[in-house]
Design a protein around this ligand. Structure first.
Ligand code: KIV
Length: 273
């Protein structure tokens, strides 16, 4: 097995992520929302687990990430934290819990940290959230930023298309990334932006960038676990690499079970008392 900087650490920290970035070791991040999957991801030695507000889509079936509540995110995050020994656990601050003002943002971040035991929080936005970042960091809570496609702002755009394709938009993303770094974010997710822009951002700032649909030049990559495992074949953006076809495996297994029950093949003599 290849040895990486991160291979033998007992706990991934924000400092380790910075070191990995500086030494050119890519950071691997995946989402998890529950105990059982988080345990497997941690056993596989994923660097960072994101308790994403994509739980709203994946776990609850909402069309957007907007409806998920702080209590629901804390429920998912505490389930994940109970499973994880090694990975850095980052939790999304849900829509409506930090945009109002920095005092409200701090209160939400404190609830996440206190009630779930996570390691850090993530927020979407640039200059608009800089005051909240200052306040949250002043309480000793590490903050991950998120730029490019920001699903919590879907109603402002109306589509999930690639961001940063105009000069104005790409300048804002670059400028916001610098602001997030200046205000002390330990890393930034770059979602669905052109690879060249992600490279420019990554080369300009000195904190790690973690891309999703942002090309190969970022300091790391993140995917939604359920998407990369093929739980659903409907969601098929260009950037998604599927590592498994779990939907087929689950449907086949359940069909076999139904058949076994109906034909009295299950339970057999050994499967009873
Ligand atoms: O909520 C989420 O899963 C995310 C990733 C797509 C980065 O923010």
């Amino acid at each position: 097995m290849t040895q990486y900087l991160s291979t033998n650490v007992s706990k991934v920290t924000t400092n380790l992520l910075r070191k990995m970035r500086n030494e050119g070791e890519k950071i691997a991040m995946l989402t998890a929302y529950d105990y059982s999957n988080a345990r497997l991801l941690d056993q596989a030695k994923i660097d960072v687990i994101l308790v994403g507000d994509s739980a709203a889509n994946v776990m609850a079936g909402y069309k957007t990430t907007l409806p998920i509540t702080l209590n629901e995110m804390i429920y998912h995050a505490s389930s994940v934290v109970r499973a994880v020994e090694r990975a850095l656990v980052v939790v999304d601050m849900p829509f409506g819990t930090y945009q109002g003002n920095s005092k409200e943002a701090l209160a939400s971040a404190i609830r996440i940290m206190k009630e779930s035991g996570a390691d850090a929080v993530k927020m979407e936005g640039g200059v608009e959230i800089s005051e909240s970042i200052d306040r949250i960091l002043s309480a000793g809570i590490p903050v991950m930023g998120h730029l490019g496609l920001m699903p919590q702002s879907i109603n402002q755009y109306g589509t999930y298309t690639v961001r940063g394709t105009t000069e104005k938009e790409s300048e804002k993303i670059l400028n916001d990334a610098q602001i997030l770094e200046q205000h002390g974010c330990f890393a930034i997710v770059l979602e669905k932006i052109p690879a060249d822009l992600a490279k420019k951002v990554t080369d300009t700032i000195s904190i790690p960038t973690i891309g999703i649909g942002a090309g190969p030049h970022t300091s790391g990559q993140v995917l939604v676990f359920h998407d990369m495992m093929g739980y659903s074949l409907q969601f098929s953006p260009r950037f998604l690499r599927r590592y498994h076809n779990l939907s087929k495996e689950i449907i086949d297994s359940v069909s076999n079970y139904i058949n076994d029950v109906k034909t009295c093949e299950f339970p057999n003599e050994k499967e009873q008392y």
